[in-house]
Design a protein around this ligand. Structure first.
Ligand SMILES: *Cc1c(COP(=O)(O)O)cnc(C)c1O
Length: 342
């Protein structure tokens, strides 16, 4: 069944309270048997480590409805692994990959009516998250944790087709420290990005581009998305750095670029004052898949990549191929990229 009376084409990206979510509780050194719950609010101790010290991490993923009405996930094992990488860094307990994927599947199935109809571009966005729920006001890991997974229907990011955005290269802010928590999907990285984002928007940009925090000479992240570019030598290049978030979308685009488009794929340094070999550039992540980058504002100079109005042909091919795989219209690179829920 698909929910009627939802404006699938204009959903945007907004929280919507769905009937079911998953919850498991970690106490006395073990996870409870988790399951679906209907309560959308969480009551925790005022002394929770998540509230005071940011002991929290999360994931973002989607469920897709195929042409023949199956519902599927895209590489959920990668989200499970990354959640454990993040939680380990903040001394939070691990979650078995099996438990993680089972939780996600339960939430998708229970809210199945909110997985958008095939062809609308809408998907079910899934938000797994894990946090210390205290009580422990002294600095140290929490004795108790909650793992939750909720979902919400979201529209295609680009309802009218891929369109480029312009970004401001910031010299005023770093996203993270050089050996900080940049690799980990933790809330604190986002809290500190809110002000740079607000200032960039006020100046008419979609978001900021962060440079590497040690030398401020290399492109690192595009807001909360990874950076990639296509060079005039038919290379797909993307930054190599210990402080970027290892995007699953980026990993997948690298495989597609190499195996389907015949591009050479390189993780390398991308210097902000050597952009002349780049013919197309984009930001990538689960929410938008790809946001083509029209221009970068670098101090008082504007650097245009392909065009400020149109998406480049290789970016478009990468997008179509990945979205095709996610919705089941294109053969995945590896069988295990797709996990069927229904
Ligand atoms: C989540 C995230 C991304 C995108 O990762 P995906 O796995 O592709 O969704 C990129 N950068 C940052 C900072 C992120 O938090």
């Amino acid at each position: 069944m698909i929910m009627e009376n939802l404006d699938w084409k204009n959903l945007g990206f907004a929280y919507r309270e769905l009937p079911y979510r998953y919850e498991a509780v970690y106490k006395d050194g073990a996870w409870s048997k988790g399951g679906l719950v209907t309560e959308s609010t969480v009551t925790i101790s005022e002394a929770s480590s998540a509230l005071h010290y940011g002991q929290q991490c999360f994931e973002g993923m989607k469920a897709y409805r195929t042409k023949d009405d199956h519902i599927q996930l895209f590489r959920p094992d990668m989200n499970a692994k990354r959640l454990n990488l993040s939680s380990g860094r903040l001394l939070m307990p691990a979650i078995d990959e099996e438990m993680f994927i089972d939780a996600v599947k339960q939430v998708v199935l229970a809210n199945e009516a909110y997985v958008g109809p095939y062809g609308s571009g809408a998907t079910l966005y899934i938000r797994p998250f894990l946090f210390g729920c205290g009580p422990n006001i002294g600095i140290g890991p929490s004795p108790e944790y909650i793992f939750r997974v909720f979902a919400m229907p979201v529209g295609a990011y680009y309802a009218k087709g891929l369109a480029p955005s312009n970004y401001l290269v910031t010299y005023d802010y770093d996203r993270v420290a050089g050996l900080g928590t940049g690799k980990f999907k933790v809330g604190g990285n986002y809290a500190s990005s809110l002000l740079p984002l607000k200032e960039a928007k006020e100046k008419g940009f979609a978001d900021v581009v962060y440079l590497d925090p040690t030398t401020h000479t290399k492109i690192e992240e595009v807001g909360a998305a990874n950076f990639f570019a296509i060079t005039k030598n038919n290379e797909f290049i993307t930054p190599e750095s210990p402080s970027i978030l290892d995007s699953i979308t980026r990993k997948s685009l690298m495989a597609i670029a190499e195996q389907r488009l015949g591009l050479k794929v390189l993780e390398t340094d991308i210097y902000i004052d050597h952009l002349d070999d780049i013919v197309e550039a984009g930001a990538c992540g689960t929410a938008a898949v790809i946001s083509p980058i029209g221009a970068l504002q670098i101090k008082d100079k504007e650097h245009i990549f392909y065009s400020k109005e149109e998406v480049g042909p290789i970016t478009k091919k990468l997008y179509d191929e990945l979205v095709g795989i996610q919705f089941g219209d294109v053969q995945p690179i590896e069988e295990n990229w797709i996990v069927q829920v229904k």
